[in-house]
Design a protein. Structure first.
Ligand SMILES: [Zn+2]
Length: 165
């Protein structure tokens, strides 16, 4: 279960819009508590990073794919390392990754599945001009993603926001 605040959602949406039509990405920092056999992840701060897809290592079979950062994202290892160090100074953990899907549903792609780590939450925000943002969180369940329950804390939910729990 993931809990976050409306300001976090707004921050992701703004970043998604700024990066459009490319995918934006970042890390979610916070605390993880186990309660009743379930992991409760509390998002405390977003750590935005550049989409480093253009400099990502390619598998030989992917070398010729004309995919750009409009369809992929990549977090550079040095950014991950910096985020980890920062999280530690705050007594937090990296709880997951968020990214945007320009002109696409907030549903993980094959590529998202391929790179997913167990225990991480994967928040995806759909960005389509003029359409309300769809927002969902996913976690690995075996070899598949399943939708993760999201609790939005405090202030009122923006009317344009759709949450799919
Ligand atoms: Zn994706």
């Amino acid at each position: 279960m993931l809990s976050l605040q409306t300001c976090h959602l707004e921050q992701i949406q703004i970043q998604a819009q700024t990066c459009y039509p490319e995918e934006c990405c970042g890390l979610m920092l916070g605390t993880i508590v186990e309660q009743d056999g379930q992991l409760h992840k509390k998002l405390l701060e977003l750590y935005a990073v550049d989409n480093a897809w253009d400099s990502a290592p390619r598998n030989p079979e992917e070398a010729d794919l004309p995919l750009t950062a409009t369809r992929r994202y990549w977090i550079a290892p040095q950014d991950l390392f910096k985020a980890q160090q920062y999280a530690r100074t705050q007594g937090w953990d990296i709880m997951g990754v968020y990214h945007s899907h320009p002109n696409h549903e907030a549903v993980p792609s094959e590529c998202d599945l391929k790179w997913a780590w167990p225990q991480y939450s994967y928040v995806i925000v759909a960005v389509n001009p003029g359409v309300p943002h769809d927002f969902r969180s996913w976690i690995l369940d075996g070899q598949q993603f399943r939708s993760e329950e999201v609790t939005i804390l405090n202030s009122a939910i923006a009317p344009t926001l759709e949450t799919d729990i």
